[in-house]
Design a binder for this molecule. Structure first.
Ligand SMILES: [Zn+2]
Length: 124
C-alpha cells in the first residue's frame, strides 16, 4: 500500500514536469522564431560588394602571351608593373592584387625585358 502511494505521487510529479517542460519548450520556440525573423531581416540588409572589387583587380594579372603594347592603352610608352609578379601589368598606377605591392612605372620595352628575363611569353 505504502509503495503504491509513493508510485502515484511520482507519476503525478512526472506529468507536472512534462507539462512545465512543454510550456517552456513552446515559449522557447516562440522566442527563437522572433529572433530568427529579426536576424533574417538584418542579414537581408547587409549587401557586401567586396567581390566585384577583387574581380577587377585580377584583370591586370596577365596570362599566356603578354602583349605589353596593348596593355599601354593611353600609348604613352609606359606601363605599371609589379616587381614581384612580372605578369601583373596595368596602364594605371595601382597595387598588385597578388602581393599588394605598389606597381612600378616602367617603359614598355623595360616591361618586355623583365618578362623575358623571368621566362614569360611576350608578344613582339
Ligand atoms: Zn605582386
Amino acid at each position: 500500500m505504502q509503495s503504491n502511494k509513493f508510485k502515484f505521487t511520482n507519476v503525478s510529479i512526472f506529468f507536472v514536469s512534462v507539462g512545465l517542460l512543454t510550456i517552456a519548450v513552446l515559449l522557447n520556440s516562440c522566442m527563437m522564431m522572433g529572433m530568427g525573423t529579426m536576424g533574417g531581416m538584418g542579414g537581408g540588409m547587409n549587401h557586401g560588394n567586396n567581390q566585384s572589387n577583387s574581380m577587377s583587380d585580377t584583370a591586370i594579372v596577365r596570362k599566356g602571351v603578354i602583349d605589353v603594347n596593348s596593355i599601354d592603352l593611353n600609348k604613352d610608352g609606359y606601363v605599371y608593373q609589379c616587381t614581384m609578379d612580372w605578369n601583373v601589368i596595368s596602364d594605371e598606377n595601382g597595387k598588385c592584387p597578388l602581393c599588394r605591392m605598389t606597381l612600378k612605372k616602367v617603359a614598355n620595352e623595360e616591361a618586355v625585358k623583365n618578362l623575358k628575363e623571368h621566362n614569360f611569353e611576350v608578344k613582339e
